[in-house]
Design a protein around this ligand. Structure first.
Ligand code: FAD
Ligand code: SIN
Length: 543
């Protein structure tokens, strides 16, 4: 089937939904999302949204904290934009019914997290993402010109290289006119033709063996954009959250998601301890447990390597049971399910892949290097996070850039720079065999996740990265053959995306010859401002 619409949104997390609400003011919007509508990284966000809302805080402090965490690579204009727009976005969320936690006097309860010089994290206890996602979905359901299609998996963007001859003219400027989307329930591919397209497909944590990200985070948007020739940057800066729950079955490789123990727990006073009960963060940073994430994750990694242990402890037991249960009800009950009573027991924790700071390059209005293709949320590289994201800045960035992307779309549609050409073909299914060999797909997926975890993790080296790339090359060829022959399925589509993402991260990491922020390599231990105070760009020009 062919759908023609003003705007196509790919993904229904905070970025896609916020954008759709804004865009619906001037256009018809289709949202496609590959699972059920709430399933997203957004839905699992715990800590909250950073914003300047208290009297002892100001924009400059938030801007400086963000830039300081970003280790020299933030785009100051982008940082300033999200910080200044923050309070209005929080107000907007409250107006559509988001129930943020409040103090007894009725003011918002502002929490503290690593790298923040003030308490400024707006939250809904420890289930902030779920509360926001549901408020946005409720709002979307009230808007007639937004159509949300679940179980619709975007395969590839439609650009010049898809056009049929004689319509196919390859100018230097590439354009996007929608996407091919696999309708999972009906096993057919639809052609979505749109004037503007927003890529809001979220993260890529599933490329790593241990991750806080849910199963949807297979890097589809990064891979689609790269295949279409979009400019990408900073893919080496993968953030590892210091504290995911350690479980004995960690080494059971079928486990896909690690449960997060929010940074807000450390903000609430929890201490990190070694197995013998001693504290160690003072050896690494004056801010101890509240140092930025790259520092805390590396400190834990270092202690684990020195001791040979599999986890460190997080200790919240200095707080009263009622304080803990009322502030962190979700973490309390999840840990209780594992027989850990966090009001009395130390919590075993380890770092896990959490967030992609790099992605599809955009300008301040969300425009990518491909005309009429916008990107917002975790898939984008707006310049806000630089080499390391400050805690709770991600939801904020998604809100602000989605709003500005929608404003820019309106201008482009009005100025008719979004004219759709003749010759967009429907999807041609050339596959011959059905994918009975699911075991091969799951085996390749596991291999990719292990390769990134072992060789492209918290501590890297040229040898490890080269090894990762050599392994990726072999798996890439195998997947390409499998993909070309197999009937479409979510599994094969995700696998194709994961191998692209594995390549992008490993290659980008090898290009950057210094240690900065989240990228730490044994071959170049120091920051090199003379040569590397710049993003690491990658672009696929072979199409
Ligand atoms: P997502 O919310 O992940 O949404 C992506 C959407 O795209 C999903 O609907 C998905 O199904 C869909 N999709 C993906 N691929 C396709 C495809 N091929 N076709 C169709 N649909 C597709 N950040 C903060 O600022 N504060 C926090 O407290 C915080 N806590 C976090 C806790 C956890 C456990 C995790 C994992 C992350 C946390 N983050 C937090 C990060 C933050 O949640 C994410 O970066 C943010 O939610 C990303 O929003 P998004 O809209 O870009 O992507
Ligand atoms: C957390 O709650 O620790 C996650 C916050 C974030 O990723 O910004």
């Amino acid at each position: 089937m062919i759908y023609k619409t003003d705007i196509l949104v790919i993904g229904s997390g905070i970025a896609g939904l916020r954008f759709a609400i804004e865009a619906s003011k001037f256009a018809e919007v289709f949202i496609v999302t590959k699972k059920n509508k709430a399933e997203s990284n957004t839905n699992y966000a715990q800590g909250g949204i950073a914003s300047v809302l208290s009297k002892d805080d100001n924009f400059d402090l938030h801007i400086n904290d963000t830039i300081s965490a970003g280790a020299g690579l933030c785009n100051h204009e982008a940082v300033e934009l999200i910080v200044r727009e923050g309070p209005a976005e929080i107000k907007n969320l409250i107006e559509i019914g988001t129930d943020f936690s409040k103090r007894l006097n009725g003011s918002l309860d502002l929490a503290k997290e690593g790298g923040h010089s003030r308490s400024r994290i707006v939250h809904s206890k420890d289930l902030t993402g779920k509360e926001i996602e549901h408020a946005l979905l409720r709002k979307i359901s009230e808007i007639n010109n937004i159509h949300l299609l679940e179980n619709h998996f975007a395969i590839d963007l439609i650009t010049e290289h898809n056009l049929l001859s004689p319509y196919r003219t390859l100018s230097s400027k590439r354009h996007c006119w929608g996407a091919y989307v696999y309708d999972i329930k009906n096993s057919v591919v639809h052609t979505f033709i749109s004037k503007c397209t927003l890529l809001s497909t979220g993260g890529l944590g599933q490329a790593y063996l241990h991750t806080t990200n849910p199963g949807i985070a297979t890097g589809d948007g990064f891979s689609m954009a790269f295949r279409a020739g979009a400019l990408m940057a900073n893919m080496e800066f993968v953030q590892f959250h210091p504290t995911s729950l350690y479980e004995e079955k960690m080494n059971n490789k079928s486990r896909t998601t690690a449960f997060l123990i929010s940074e807000a727990v450390r903000g609430f006073g929890a201490k990190l301890r070694l197995k013998d009960g001693s504290e160690f963060m003072h050896k690494y940073d004056d801010r101890k447990e509240l140092a930025p994430r790259d520092i805390v994750a590396r400190a834990i990694d270092n202690e684990l390597k020195k001791s040979g242990e599999e986890f460190v402890y997080l200790d919240l037991t200095t707080k009263t049971a009622s304080e803990i249960k009322s502030r962190f009800p979700h973490i309390y009950s999840k840990c209780m399910e594992k027989n850990i009573d966090i009001t009395k027991d130390y919590i075993p924790v380890v770092p896990a892949a959490h967030y992609a700071c790099g992605g599809v390059v955009t300008d301040l209005s969300g425009q990518t290097s491909i005309q009429n293709l916008f990107a917002s949320g975790e898939v984008s590289m707006t310049g806000v996070h630089g080499a390391n994201r400050l805690a709770s800045n991600s939801l904020l960035e998604a809100l602000v850039f989605s709003k500005y992307s929608a404003i820019q779309c309106e201008k482009q549609i009005k100025n008719s720079v979004t004219k759709i050409p003749e010759g967009i073909p429907e999807w041609v299914d050339t596959s011959t065999i059905s994918t009975e060999e699911r075991v091969l797909i799951s085996q390749s997926r596991r291999e990719i996740r292990e390769i990134l975890w072992e060789y492209v993790g918290i501590v890297r080296s040229n040898e490890r990265l080269n090894r990762a790339l050599r392994r990726c090359d072999i798996i890439y060829e195998e997947i390409k053959n499998m993909y070309n022959m197999s009937k479409l399925s979510e599994e094969i589509l995700e696998l194709r995306n994961l191998i692209d993402v594995a390549y992008l991260i490993s290659k980008s990491a090898l290009i950057r010859k210094e240690s900065r922020g989240l990228h730490y390599t044994l071959d170049y231990l120091e920051k090199d401002d003379k040569n590397w105070l710049k993003p690491t760009y990658m672009q696929n020009l072979n199409i």
